[in-house]
Design a protein around this ligand. Sequence first.
Ligand code: ZN
Length: 312
Amino acid sequence: MCHWFAVAAFALGCEGAPSAGENVASDAASGVLPPASIAPTVAEPSAAPVSADGAGGASAEVAEAAPPKVQSPPCEAEPPLPKQPLELPSDADILAGLRGEGGPLSAASIGSPSRGSLLFGVELSASETIERAGKYPYGTVSVVAAIERAVREVNRCFPGAHKLAVGDLSRRRGGWLLPHRSHQSGLDADLGFYYRSGPAWYVRPTAETLDARRTWRLLRALRAGGNVEVVFLDLRIQRLLHSYATSLNEPDLDTIFDLNSKKNRWLRHEYGHHTHMHVRFHDQRAVALGTRIARLDANGLLRVAYWAKASR
Ligand SMILES: [Zn+2]
């Protein structure tokens, strides 16, 4: 299928992309479509205080008579992600599930994002709001749910958004996924941006083309989801978003942005992440189940350690 989202989807050296990835990515400019019908239908929130400027020496009476500024009601966040039970099945039930003889097991994240595998991952589906720009859409349950939740919030709060391009998550069974260095255990996802210039994938946004309002809401919703460990995002894009977020007078920006490259913020500068953001999730249940499964398969007979085979 020839589709704009396929452009340069393979070119991604996601974590600190090497120069080769950069070269291929330069083709991505052709991924920009003509402006789509994405004109905002919700007024841009203004951080500017109500003007108290009585131009021409207006009297206090005139100022008082001025209609009060009507503030848009804040858009409510999506409901929280469903709680996942931390209690794991018994070893016998897990082994039966692995052999396909018992009930289904939930997603299991084995090993680490940079050397791991995934069992029973779920697929992020394309939808009216999500365009799959990657070939590998599998993640743990809460990873997929968190992405869908955040996109849902953006589209509810700011209708008229174009589809969000989502690149690779993991393979169905996880394991090596070149050119990424991680994306192996169902806990990583590459997300695109919202653009005022129309949908695109793997295109560096500018102050003119970035839809900061929707992209910032996307990040806010991901953060509120509670299962994002860190987001790798180039400093230049962070600055664009910080400028917008500052205009909203949001109080906790210092704990979010990595503008001084301190490497200890929720948003973290990483070279090569100016065309997309790399979101690293945590999933306590999936990791606990993966750890248990790896222990049960210490002899390797169940071949759950997929990466070990793939790396040989
Ligand atoms: Zn990535």
